[in-house]
Design a protein around this ligand. Structure first.
Ligand SMILES: [Zn+2]
Length: 236
């Protein structure tokens, strides 16, 4: 009987110790699990969709970041375009040649730093003429695009003419090269960026020589639906 009572006491003691261990170990997982991600079931992260770099909108209101430096590839002499745009241009040039059209690039990628230097020089010139700094900044922008606000800074735009007509004026649209580009550029991923009837949307005069690479899929849709980039992006 005596032994039995002692056994019971030991059993009770053991049970108490076991409860204590459970109580202690019940606390420890909080410490052990700090490496696990917090249980934020309320905050479901938004799926991250990277914007298509070939649809970048660059204009006076949407300047390009200074940090964005494209991987460039030479397309003609010292003229370079972003690699994918460059390959597309070379394919387009070869196709034009098969149709008896010679394409000639007279402007392509312009580095941000070049644009900045040109703009700053223009501002300084006007300040030297007696303008205030604020007036000079506004007046200069009408003559030289502010750094980052020219599509040429992206490496996705080129001014394309033909050896027999190198003027940057609306007359280029009437040349065989101008007609060929207007009708075929979209097959190579390029769009006529500043169409005649979209000046109020683009804010830029008709430029039948300025072509912008957006990729074949987007270019085809913009061509078929007669949308400039601003309209296309608003619709997407
Ligand atoms: Zn241009």
């Amino acid at each position: 009987m005596q032994m039995k009572r002692m056994d019971r006491s030991i059993l009770i003691l053991l049970a108490l110790m076991a409860m204590l261990v459970v109580a202690i170990s019940g606390c420890t997982p909080v410490v052990q699990n700090t490496d696990l991600p917090p249980d934020n079931t309320d905050e479901v992260p938004e799926p991250v969709t990277e914007p298509d770099p070939y649809l970048v909108l660059v204009n006076a209101d949407n300047p390009l970041s200074e940090d964005l430096v494209p991987n460039l590839k030479t397309i003609q002499g010292n003229f370079k375009l972003e690699e994918q745009a460059a390959d597309a241009y070379l394919a387009m040039k070869a196709a034009a040649k098969e149709d008896g059209i010679t394409l000639l690039v007279i402007s392509a990628h312009r580095p941000y730093a070049t644009q900045e230097r040109l703009y700053k020089n223009q501002v300084q010139k006007l300040i030297n003429k007696g303008r205030s700094e604020a007036d000079a900044a506004v007046e200069a922008a009408a003559i030289v695009a502010r750094p980052g606000t020219s599509e040429h800074n992206t490496g996705l735009a080129a001014d394309i003419v033909t050896p027999s007509y190198q003027n940057l004026d609306p007359g280029f649209a009437k040349t065989d090269a101008g007609k060929w580009l207007a009708a075929n550029a979209h097959n190579y991923g390029f769009v006529l960026r500043y169409p005649k009837d979209k000046q109020d949307i683009t804010g830029i005069i008709f430029e039948p020589w300025h072509f912008r690479y957006v990729g074949v899929e987007h270019a085809a849709r913009m061509y078929e639906e007669d949308l400039c980039l601003e309209e296309y992006l608003a619709k997407k």
